[in-house]
Design a protein around this ligand. Structure first.
Ligand code: SAH
Length: 299
């Protein structure tokens, strides 16, 4: 833009980097039309995003970091560790790029891709404000979900922002012992502290929370586990989202069988806890978080 003074151009280049994402790969599920995107960032790093078509509209799952340092045992995104945080623009651009490519409007955004969003707190908040601003895509806060592995002080900070977003907690186990086997973050904060932070979130925001619970065969899928999960979810009025664990080749976790999954869900429902089994979208296209990126890094 030579119509601008050279000094201003220099300053703009230094202080306002252009961060447009480049699409590198796209997979389309033959089963349900789910699309998985791999984008290159301006520094060459890569992130994944997923586009899902539902009856009520299109949903995009975005990444919040390059890699992740939380170390959850069953998760592919964390195997190579953490590289860097994403900028607010890089989170937003995943949605803009997908809107451009699909030609369809996005109505729901879930921050459930690679990374721990509350480990990139300031950028996440800026992103949420940009995304929901009336001069931006103007997506309602109610249609935004942020998923966390449970960083207790950050859950409390987020509660104090009084946003209308949905907070999803990746719980995955209902005792400290089992949770520590699956999620290193559980060594840092115990379930009682975590549940207190969730109660605070619900009290401050008036929003119902979601507990995500990946069912791992023989690990956390017994009826005793369901009973303990009830004790955590019920006082909070939390909705439980059961996810048949998506096996990754680096670990030997296997899915609970269908009968066990149904029994588990039924037990929760009988106990008065609202529970759904997540439909597995895009099983045929490197479903689990981080798999597409890893394939490119390895290949
Ligand atoms: N760091 C955040 C968000 C990213 S992970 C969090 O932990 O919530 C998004 C969700 O996918 C989390 O619930 C995570 O535990 C789950 N997940 C990761 N790998 C999975 C796998 N192989 N099978 C099923 N769920 C998985």
């Amino acid at each position: 833009m030579t119509n601008l003074p050279a000094s201003l151009r220099e300053r703009l280049a230094a202080e306002y980097p252009l961060t447009a994402l480049k699409p590198v790969d796209m997979q389309i599920s033959a089963i349900d039309g789910t699309r998985k995107f791999l984008f290159a960032l301006s520094d060459g790093n890569m992130v994944e995003s997923v586009w899902m078509k539902y009856k009520h509209g299109n949903s995009v799952c975005i990444s919040s970091q390059v890699g992740c340092r939380m170390g959850c045992r069953f998760c592919a995104s964390t195997l190579d560790g953490w590289e860097r945080n994403l900028l607010p623009s890089e989170m937003l651009d995943q949605i803009y790029a997908i809107t451009r490519i699909t030609g369809e409007r996005v109505s729901n955004v879930v921050v459930m891709g690679t990374g721990e969003p509350l480990d990139n707190y300031d950028n996440l908040l800026r992103f949420i404000h940009l995304l929901t601003d009336e001069n931006g895509l103007h997506i309602s806060q109610r249609n935004v979900t942020v998923s966390t592995c449970g960083l207790v002080p950050r859950i409390r900070m987020l509660a104090d922002e009084h946003l209308a977003i949905t907070l999803a907690l990746s719980l995955h186990a209902a005792t400290d012992e089992k949770r520590r086997e699956l999620m290193p973050v559980a060594f840092k904060w115990q379930l009682d502290e975590l549940m207190e932070a969730c109660a605070y979130y619900v009290a401050q925001t008036g929003r119902r929370m979601t507990f995500e619970y990946a069912l791992v065969g023989g690990v956390n899928d017994s009826l005793e586990d369901a009973r303990r999960l009830t004790a955590l979810a019920k006082p909070l009025g939390a909705h439980v989202n059961l996810i048949p664990v998506n096996p990754i080749k680096e670990r030997d976790y296997r899915q609970s069988d269908r009968v066990q999954i149904d029994a588990f869900r039924l037990r929760l429902e009988k106990n008065g806890v609202n529970a759904t089994v997540r439909r597995e979208m895009g099983r045929d296209i490197d479903g689990a978080c981080g798999q597409l990126r890893r394939r490119h890094l390895e290949g």
